[in-house]
Structure formats: structure tokens, C-alpha cells
Ligand binder design. Structure first.
Ligand code: G6P
Length: 363
């Protein structure tokens, strides 16, 4: 059945490997040879001037990635907030605000409560949900499904990448509707979307990441750094590592490190840097040099064309280059695998980490 482990040692690893297919299926639900189908599937954004992305856990990191793209590509002001803060805060909501709820299960208590609060105030809502027929999918004005299939592992992998993929398509729709996406870019995006599943499969097979795990070994503290999208992705990478392997880690915006956390860097402290944005690469390289000077063990995940040899770099892994908007769908894969390898080494339960639940229906 689709629910056995298919020869993998865990649902976690099986679901990591299912990502190329899950992405392919999700993309196919929205588009063919062009983005024309978006008109009927996606919400109308012509009157929207503010978007809130609201979610919990990993889904909230997907929302952070989306905030960047919507601002950069579609020029819409956005915010991303975790549901338990959003619902008790005083978010300024009006008729031109759109609230996008993101949830794998569609039942997370705080996310559902945030949705109901918006509905009560008459605010437009969109739900990006993996479980069809779930409360959040049913109650939102517009439901945009992810087609990850059933996810068993408590730590989300394929549902997360599918959320990022649907948010990406949604952003493409917004940019097209606002005349911000030239045909040339649309063509490039279509071509790269078609290549994504194969590129993801290659990355999943790449075994460099197990060398990262060797280098981290028994470290008690790990740091993830990146800028922009790579910062949001670092937060997700850090969460994966913490939740499954119980190794403490912290994700920092690369430029913020020197404002505090750099005091925790000692000889041998592993620092993982993610660089997928050409415009920010030089800045992150200089932050890497800062931690290297304090003796950090530097591990780098970098878009292939941005790689330059750095003295003192311990190991690096190259990411395939795709349209910048799509980079976030693949750049999390090495960090998912890293968490898997370290959890396995440490003898942790890969699918059922202690104290965590797949679906959190309490507030
Ligand atoms: C739980 C899970 C997380 C998940 C979060 C949100 O805490 O352990 O992996 O990201 O809930 O779940 P949802 O179903 O709303 O995406």
C-alpha cells in the first residue's frame, strides 16, 4: 500500500524521497503548458493591498518565504506571523487585506482559530492545505490544495516543499495579474518548473550531506545562517534538526550574528551557511569569514554558479541553479537529509520525535 515504508527505514526518509513526485503532482494540478489555468483557480488579487501569511511550525516558514516573493515580485506589502500570535494581536485587517492560512493537516487549532477570526470580520481568506475535507480547507473562501499525499512522519518534508510550491505559483499569479512578470520570465519559470522534479531527485541522491553529518558528529550546538530567503530556509533547517535529532541549533540572519550569537561560536562549532541568492552571496561570505576567524567549522550549501573557493571551508554542497523564485523549493532538501542522518546516528525515533504531535489540535 502507499502507506508502508517501501523499503526505507522510516516514513521520514520515504517522504523525503517522495518529494519529486509530490511536487510534480502538485504542479500538475495547477498548470499545463502555461499559467493560463491560474485565472480560474487562484483568487482575484486586483483589490488586495496587504497579505498576511498565517501558520504554525514549518508552514510558517513557508509563509516567510512567500512574504519575500510577494513583496519582491508582485510588489504587495506582506507580513507573516505564527497563528498563535496573529490571533491575539491586533492585526490591522480591512477589506483589501487577504489572509493566507497554510497548514498540512488543516486542523491545527491556532491556525483554524485565526481563520475563523478573519471570517467573522469578513476578511478574505485563502487556505493552502494538504488534507482535503479538513476544517481549514472547508472554511476558507478559497482552497488551494497541496498534493503531497498522506504524510506520516511527524517532521514535515514533502508537505512543506509542496506548500512552498503552491505559494510560488500563487505569487506567479499575483505578479502576472499585476503585470509584473514579463513573458520572458514566465517562459523561464515554466521551463524550470518542468525540470524541478528531476533536479530534486538528483539532490536527494547526492551523498555529500552525509559528510556534513560526519563533521557535525557529536556537536551540541549548531548554527544555521543565511540572508533573505536563505534565512527563512535556515529557520526551517534548524527546526528539522532540533525536532528530529534533538541537537540544539539556532538559525540567524547572517548579518545579525555579530549582534549577539557570535559569542557562542567556539573552536569546532558547526556553522551551516546557505547561499542561493547572487545579490547577497558576498555579504554572507563575509559573515562566514567572521565565524571562521572564531574557529567555527564551516559547512556551506550554495547555488552551484555562486561557489568560490573559501580558505578554511570544511565541506560544501552545490545546489542546482533555477529561477530565483524556485530556489526555495529545492534548497531545503540538504537540511532535511542532514536532520535525518544525525537523528539516525543518535538513535532517535525518526518518525515520532519525543513530545511532538503530527497535528496539534490544542491551543
Ligand atoms: C505540528 C507539527 C509541525 C507542523 C505544525 C503545523 O507542530 O509537528 O511539523 O509544522 O504542527 O501543522 P500543520 O498541520 O498546520 O501544517
Amino acid at each position: 500500500s502507499g502507506l508502508d515504508k517501501n523499503g526505507f527505514d522510516s516514513y521520514l526518509l520515504k517522504e523525503i524521497h517522495e518529494q519529486p513526485l509530490a511536487i510534480k503532482r502538485t504542479l500538475a494540478a495547477y498548470m499545463n503548458e502555461s499559467f493560463d489555468d491560474f485565472e480560474t483557480l487562484m483568487p482575484d488579487l486586483t483589490t488586495v493591498d496587504f497579505i498576511y501569511f498565517v501558520a504554525c511550525g514549518s508552514a510558517c516558514h513557508a509563509g516567510m518565504l512567500a512574504k519575500h516573493w510577494f513583496e519582491k515580485l508582485a510588489h504587495i506589502r506582506c507580513a507573516c506571523e505564527c497563528a498563535s500570535e496573529f490571533r491575539y494581536g491586533n492585526p490591522p485587517l480591512d477589506q483589501n487585506t487577504l489572509v493566507v492560512l497554510i497548514s498540512q493537516s488543516g486542523e491545527t487549532a491556532d491556525t483554524l482559530a485565526a481563520l475563523r477570526m478573519c471570517r467573522k470580520k469578513g476578511i478574505k481568506t485563502v487556505a493552502i492545505v494538504n488534507v482535503e475535507g479538513s476544517s481549514i480547507a472547508k472554511e476558507a473562501d478559497v482552497y488551494l490544495p497541496t498534493l503531497a499525499g498522506i504524510e506520516v512522519s511527524v517532521a514535515t518534508t514533502k508537505a512543506y516543499t509542496c506548500q512552498v510550491a503552491v505559494l510560488t505559483l500563487f505569487c506567479i499569479h499575483a505578479a502576472i495579474q499585476r503585470h509584473q512578470l514579463p513573458i520572458k520570465d514566465q517562459k523561464q519559470l515554466l521551463a524550470d518548473l518542468n525540470r524541478l522534479p528531476a533536479l530534486m531527485a538528483d539532490l536527494i541522491r547526492n551523498d555529500t550531506i552525509s559528510q556534513f553529518a560526519d563533521q557535525i558528529g557529536d556537536a551540541h550546538n549548531v548554527f544555521f545562517i543565511g540572508r533573505g530567503l536563505d534565512y527563512a530556509q535556515s529557520l526551517e533547517g534548524s527546526l528539522k534538526l532540533k525536532e528530529i535529532s534533538y541537537i540544539h541549533s539556532e538559525a540567524y540572519a547572517a548579518g545579525e550574528l555579530k549582534h549577539g550569537t557570535i559569542s557562542l561560536i567556539e573552536a569546532g562549532t558547526p556553522v551551516l551557511a546557505l547561499i542561493s541568492d547572487a545579490a547577497l552571496a558576498a555579504k554572507t561570505f563575509s559573515n562566514m569569514a567572521e565565524v571562521k576567524a572564531r574557529g567555527a567549522k564551516l559547512l556551506l550549501v550554495i547555488r552551484e554558479d555562486l561557489y568560490q573557493h573559501q580558505t578554511g571551508m570544511d565541506t560544501h554542497l552545490k545546489l542546482p541553479k533555477v529561477h530565483p523564485l524556485l530556489q526555495g523549493i529545492i534548497s531545503i532538501i540538504p537540511y532535511q537529509l542532514l536532520a535525518y542522518h544525525l537523528a539516525k546516528r543518535h538513535g532517535c525515533d525518526l518518525d515520532q520525535p519525543r513530545n511532538l504531535a503530527k497535528s496539534v489540535t490544542v491551543e
